[in-house]
Ligand binder design. Structure first.
Ligand SMILES: *Cc1c(COP(=O)(O)O)cnc(C)c1O
Length: 233
């Protein structure tokens, strides 16, 4: 078995254990394999091991990899998620190449993605990125901005608002990890209570996926635990 296949099995076992501990249904958490900085050969190894959903952070690298993997495996239905910072003049390749975007934090970006989404591809699935660690990170909408932003994004025609995403400040203490993820879950709960039909909490990475699952993550975004250490980022 390749290292990547073995790592995938190990990550799936961690997810399964956490899902059981949380008393959640086995298929309630999707593994997004974050392949940023790794070549298409690494993606193909993961594909051979059964993985179908991949996350990319850097637009040009991601678009090139999507095309290369599609040439190598034209018949496989892979699902590509954009999880990196979005520049407003670079929305078109995101709208045309990806099935999901996790990092929408401003209405203007969402409007451009909706305008540029080719209708024949169906709606682009989006999550709103939320800054749940306060001043420690600059990315993401604030909790105060969120209800209005969510209402406006949910009304855009070629997007489907799926839920919320966060990258909390790294913590080693599981209690602190869980507290941050719980804040994101509560924000999603209150949007739902306000009438928005969202079903996704994109939270948890290699170092904190168990805590995220215990707090309700539906997508965990895992890179280094699958592909190894990155040499640049
Ligand atoms: C790189 C990255 C990940 C994966 O991080 P690991 O710690 O390698 O699992 C997940 N989410 C986002 C947004 C990232 O940029």
């Amino acid at each position: 078995m390749s290292t990547i296949a073995a790592n995938l099995q190990a990550v799936e076992a961690i997810i399964a254990t956490a899902v059981r501990a949380a008393n959640r249904p086995p298929s309630s958490v999707q593994l997004l394999a974050v392949s940023k900085t790794f070549p298409m050969e690494a993606v193909l190894e993961a594909v051979a091991a059964g993985q179908r959903a991949f996350g990319e952070n850097y637009l040009q690298e991601g678009v090139e990899k999507i095309a290369a993997v599609a040439r190598a495996q034209p018949d496989l239905p892979l699902e590509w998620h954009f999880i990196g910072p979005i520049q407003s003049n670079k929305t078109r390749p995101i709208a045309t190449n990806f099935a999901w975007v996790h990092t929408v934090e401003r209405l203007k970006i969402a409007q451009r993605l909706s305008e540029q989404r080719p209708p024949e591809l169906g709606p682009l699935n989006v999550c709103l990125q939320v800054n749940i660690s306060g001043e420690a990170t600059k990315s993401g909408a604030t909790a105060a901005e969120l209800p209005e932003l969510a209402r406006q994004v949910a009304a855009l025609p070629n997007l489907r608002l799926r839920g919320l995403m966060a990258i909390p400040e790294p913590q080693t203490d599981p209690a602190l990890q869980r507290a941050a993820f719980a804040r994101l879950r509560q924000l999603a709960d209150s949007l739902r209570a306000g009438g928005l039909a969202i079903d996704t909490l994109s939270m948890g990475m290699s170092g904190d996926m168990e805590s995220a699952i215990l707090e309700g993550a539906t997508i965990v975004r895992v890179g280094s635990a699958i592909f190894g250490l990155r040499h640049y980022d």
